[in-house]
Design a protein around this ligand. Structure first.
Ligand code: ADP
Ligand code: NA
Length: 340
């Protein structure tokens, strides 16, 4: 049996957006009252794609600032960046030798990110899910709160854990770890806005890599920018329905209602109880108010934190030290189990 421990990671690659906030960071904040949590800026994942070192360095601090500004307490929990704890990479190598090529061949994110020129994708981009499995399992985390897009990677993490537990079952028992060394980590994907869609196209997820600035609300957008983007958001011509069934086949309407619901901590049905029958012009004004009220204080706090990089670096150094203690313990056990 494993005590409940949550691992959460965000890549420092470009602007954090509303999808990252509602799908990930906002959930991370809620979990800190009920679980022991580890919050990680996964900078080693970032270099699976080309990165400018200066931008990467600033974005590592920016994701950290977003964690803190959203309300994560780095004294009660661990906040750090992945590259500072080398056990992540060490365990990822072991998992490269556990996971099967066929498993990685099925990963849809690799296909999306590698695009047509697959021969030129980095080996790291291909093996990315094994590093993610290592991020989680080096702390033997039991839960990971993520958006829908990460579900397939979590399944792979469970497959890796299961195969490791099976392949080394005798050695695991011999070393006193019972019948399972790694837990089968559960994804926590629930509530509205587990998949926030682009504001310009209801069939695409809101993403850092979308070339259209108006497709996403960035966490650092000011009130004017948030208002402009919501007013320009694509909609259809019908008023809002009064029941959630009426949102089916209306992806843009469904998305704006889900965003409103997630930002105000109510269900989409409750949003429609209040706003059913409204035209989008009116509903969008209400959504602007809600978004500005919830996001502007986070943006302000992020700006304040970014003005003091020394403080952010100190938080990361402290967190890395605490993370390393747990990770080293796991890695030492793994080495014993493998026979190193
Ligand atoms: P991106 O997908 O924009 O590159 P990351 O891969 O760093 O961002 O994801 C960070 C976290 O944000 C993950 O937990 C992911 O599931 C979540 N996330 C990313 N995009 C969305 C979205 N559009 N809706 C909901 N959650 C999302
Ligand atoms: Na993602």
């Amino acid at each position: 049996t494993f005590k409940e421990l949550v691992f959460s990671g965000v890549q420092p690659t470009g602007n954090l957006h509303l999808g990252n906030y509602l799908g990930a960071i906002k959930r991370f904040v809620t979990m800190q009252d009920t679980h022991e949590c580890i919050y990680c800026v996964v900078d080693m994942h970032a270099i699976t794609m080309p990165q400018n070192p200066h931008d990467l360095n600033r974005q590592i601090r920016e994701v950290t600032a977003a964690f803190l500004a959203a309300g994560i307490d780095p004294k009660r929990h661990i906040v750090f960046n992945q590259s500072q704890v080398s056990e992540h990479a060490e365990l990822a190598w072991v998992f490269n030798c556990v996971a099967r090529l066929g498993w990685l061949n099925r990963m849809t994110q690799f296909k999306d990110k590698a695009g047509k020129d697959r021969e030129n994708a980095s080996v790291g981009l291909y093996a990315y899910p094994n590093l993610m499995a290592a991020d989680i399992l080096v702390y033997r985390a039991t839960h990971v709160p993520v958006g829908e897009d990460q579900k397939q990677h979590l399944e792979l993490t469970r497959d890796v854990a299961q195969k490791f537990n099976n392949d080394w079952a005798d050695s695991i028992a011999e070393h006193g770890f019972g019948d399972a060394f790694f837990p089968l980590t559960e994804p926590l994907i629930a509530g509205p806005a587990t998949r926030v869609m682009s504001l310009r196209d209801g069939s695409k997820k809101m993403s850092k890599s979308d070339p259209s600035d108006y497709s996403r609300i960035n966490l650092t957008d000011d009130a004017d920018m948030i208002a402009q983007k919501i007013r320009k958001a694509k909609t259809d011509a019908e008023p809002l329905p009064s029941e959630t069934e009426g949102l089916r086949a209306r992806p843009e309407a469904d998305n704006l209602v889900a965003i409103y619901a997630a930002l105000t901590d109510v269900s989409p049905a409750e949003v429609l109880r209040d706003h059913g029958g409204s035209q989008f012009s009116g509903f969008k004004s209400a959504l602007v108010d809600v978004a500005v009220t919830r996001l502007a204080p986070i943006a302000d706090e992020m700006r304040r934190l970014m003005a003091d990089p020394g403080h952010i670096d100190a938080v990361l150094a402290d967190g890395s030290g605490r993370a390393r203690v747990i990770a080293a313990e796991t890695m030492n056990a793994v080495k014993d189990i493998l026979g190193f």
